[in-house]
Design a protein around this ligand. Structure first.
Ligand SMILES: [Zn+2]
Length: 364
């Protein structure tokens, strides 16, 4: 039996929900994790048509990029489309799940996939994530240090770039005195004790902290292990906003725009002056215009995104080429990413791309 949780866990290995922006509402919006998942329907936005299609296909899990509930809902009486979608989903026992800004931010998510599809190499995150990394320091008696260290690594600590098992180990002396209701592992209750200890320092991402601390505690011999967790100023280079990479050679801007039209279902690309050839390309799917400045500082010749405003085309004219493909088009690969992620782990599970994937913005 495959549960909603099995499918969701796979998606969350790629795009941890803790990576979503503060304004986002990614995650399981309707339903229960323990429910058996019969089939899943993958889409971009959840519309009433998508729910009807799910009912018809007997898919009791709908996975979308944009969350169907973004702000709060105070009443659910079917007055607008969102309320009707929620009512119909609940009535038909359909779970609704979304991976939005967390899917944008990870390697293998919206932006790095777009960068790959556009033929870029040496792809990096445009604006690496802040406040994602933590230092954990724990004080362990010498004989137990290897076991505790390994348990923390196994739970996800110690990764720096392409290295794993990273830690620093310093020897020192711990002191403690157990109070009335203690059973000290070493020393005697009520007596001051000194113990040779190792301070293990390692690094962990925020989503792994609970597992790392729990693994450390269950392998630590003390009743009250002493440990510190502190947030680092170091940026996490494997997640964040947008992506940047390079083309094999300097290319005429118009030629690159033509390539975008081949890769994405774009009818019209809005752009400003094609004043230079392009080689370094920054991308940010969706409404990425806020990050034009970051694309410029990162040395991009062109920035591919959606939802640019008139004044942004004007203000950055002859500074960076803006290529606005449209919001929907720039995030076009969301459902394909869902499909590939699920299919890789559960090749026999019925996960289908919805027929209801459409761009609400149309061109006359
Ligand atoms: Zn979007």
């Amino acid at each position: 039996m495959i549960t909603v949780k099995d499918i969701v866990s796979e998606l969350e290995k790629l795009a941890p929900p803790s990576y979503q922006e503060s304004y986002d509402n990614s995650g399981l919006i309707v339903g229960h994790l323990e429910t058996e998942a019969h089939a899943a329907l993958l889409c971009f936005d959840i519309t009433e048509n998508v729910i009807d299609e799910a009912i018809e296909k007997k898919a009791n899990l709908v996975i979308s990029h944009h969350p169907v509930i973004f702000g709060g809902l105070k009443k659910i009486n079917g007055k607008n489309a969102t309320e009707r979608i929620i009512i119909k989903a609940i009535r038909n026992s359909i779970a609704l799940y979304s991976a939005h800004t967390n899917l944008d931010s990870v390697r293998g998510g919206i932006n790095t996939v777009l960068a790959e599809k556009l033929g870029l190499s040496n792809i990096k995150i445009l604006l690496p994530m802040e406040q994602a990394l933590f230092k954990i320091a724990v004080f362990v008696p010498n004989a137990h240090s290897a076991k505790v260290r390994q348990a923390m690594f196994d739970a996800g600590a110690g990764h720096i770039g392409n290295y794993d098992s990273c830690s620093y180990n310093a020897t020192g002396t711990g002191t403690f005195r157990g109070g009335e209701n203690t059973t000290p592992f070493v020393g005697k209750k009520g007596a001051l004790h000194s113990e040779p200890e190792i301070k293990i320092e390692t690094i962990a991402r925020k989503e792994n902290i609970p597992q790392v601390i729990s693994a450390m505690k269950s392998n630590h011999p003390y009743e009250e292990p002493a440990f510190d967790i502190y947030r680092l100023e170091n940026k996490y280079e494997n997640a964040g906003i947008g992506a940047i990479g390079i083309l094999p050679e300097y290319t005429e801007a118009a030629e690159f725009l033509a390539n975008i039209k081949r890769v994405l279902p774009v009818k019209v690309i809005r752009h400003n002056s094609l004043f230079k050839k392009v080689k370094t390309v920054a991308v940010c799917g969706g409404s990425g215009a806020t990050y034009i400045g970051n694309a410029i500082s990162a040395g991009a010749d062109i920035f591919v995104t959606g939802d640019c405003k008139y004044h942004q085309f004007l203000d950055f004219n002859n500074e960076i080429i803006l290529a606005d493909t449209g919001h929907f088009e720039s995030e076009y690969f969301a459902a394909e990413i869902f499909f590939n992620t699920i299919h890789k782990k559960f090749p026999n599970f019925a996960a289908d791309l919805s027929h209801g994937i459409f761009n609400p913005v149309q061109y006359f």
